[in-house]
Design a protein around this ligand. Structure first.
Ligand SMILES: [Zn+2]
Length: 343
């Protein structure tokens, strides 16, 4: 059993005072080193994505826009998405490193893998950057698995607290990708999309599954939604590969959101996904970092994900559980059941 680790801290893609900065991956790596788990992982050399890999997902205009911004020394591309002189290269390195992990998992040289990369990707659409994201790493990874390794069906689970609007838009009409997003949904919460009735279109109808939680959703809500909706829907789809957009900003301590997952809740979710990959697709699973802005929640979230990926029965939770009660999701679950699991 081999678990790959690819890391792109992107130390030159960072902006003072911005929550999505280089300290994030550095803090994770410091904890992994302290906990002694790096020896259980096989490190993979970071690699630049080629233009042919980027254009499987993005239009040339967007790629040029990011490249030019970096050539000009950097600058903001929208209200909260910045670039620096190094951003184009670092974004190519992030996407390319995930693709390299995909290659090894798809040919069976590795069991599964984890990409600790920045900038994150799930808000980037084919022609639009956004929400701290330049290139959509997980979408590029999915296309790598399809184009190079002939994967037919890919399930993407996005548990970042923000809706994965970019990934949803890219695969909205695509019958080969089941996109599932669990997120906090509120008119004033970024990006505002991801409602129950966004279910895909054309040949992709029914293959976008949004689980829009009210603020306060935590361990119970996530575990119920997983058991009642997500697991049976993925089983029906029967993927060749599972990808995870792993955002740790649904933790109760995160400063950017108001969900209530604990580290233990996150760990269970990851363990469930590892078990599902074992049952459905010969363990093929690649976990890709998205958000997470409370450094301790982020670092321990990743540490527990590594425990699950490497088959170690351990959970480290120094932060404990949230104290507020969780919302009732009975109606949400029956609506999801009706939309996605008709009997
Ligand atoms: Zn997020």
């Amino acid at each position: 059993m081999t678990t790959l680790l690819g890391t792109v801290p992107a130390s030159q893609h960072t902006q003072a005072g911005h929550p999505e900065n280089a300290i994030r991956v550095m803090a994770i790596m410091a904890l992994l080193e302290r906990e002694g788990v790096l020896a259980d992982l096989e490190r993979i050399e970071p690699r630049l994505a080629a233009n042919e890999q980027l254009i499987q997902v993005h239009g040339l205009r967007l790629i040029q826009r990011v490249r030019r911004a970096s050539e000009m020394g950097g600058g903001n591309l929208d209200a909260d998405t910045y670039t620096t002189v190094a951003s184009f290269e670092q974004a190519c390195l992030a996407a390319g490193t995930v693709c390299a992990i995909i290659d090894d998992v798809m040919i069976g040289r590795a069991t599964n893998g984890l990409a600790l990369i920045r900038p994150p990707g799930h808000h980037a659409e084919a022609e639009r950057v956004g929400g701290f994201c330049l290139f959509n790493n997980i979408a590029i990874a999915a296309r790598q698995a399809q184009v190079v390794h002939q994967a037919e069906r890919i399930a993407i689970i996005d548990y970042d607290v923000h809706h994965g609007n970019g990934t949803q838009a890219i695969f909205y009409e695509d019958p080969s990708v089941l996109f599932i997003s669990l997120h906090m949904h509120h008119p004033f919460f970024y990006p505002g999309s991801g409602g129950l009735n966004e279910i895909g279109a054309g040949p992709g109808r029914g293959l976008t599954l949004n689980v829009p939680f009210e603020p306060g959703a935590g361990d119970q809500c996530y575990s119920l939604a997983y058991r009642e909706i997500i697991k049976p829907r993925i089983e029906l789809f029967s993927p060749d590969l599972i990808l995870v957009s792993a955002g740790f900003d649904a933790h109760w301590a995160d400063p950017l959101a108001a969900a209530s997952l604990s580290l233990t809740g996150y760990a269970k979710l990851n363990q469930n996904i590892v078990d599902l990959a074992a049952t459905l697709c010969q363990d093929r699973l690649v976990v890709v970092l998205e958000g997470g802005y409370h450094l301790q929640a982020l670092s321990f979230g990743v540490l527990n994900a590594i425990h699950a990926l490497t088959g170690r029965d351990a959970v480290d939770d120094p932060l404990g559980e949230a104290i507020q009660p969780e919302p009732d999701i009975t109606n949400l679950l029956s609506n999801l059941q009706y939309l996605h699991l008709p009997s």
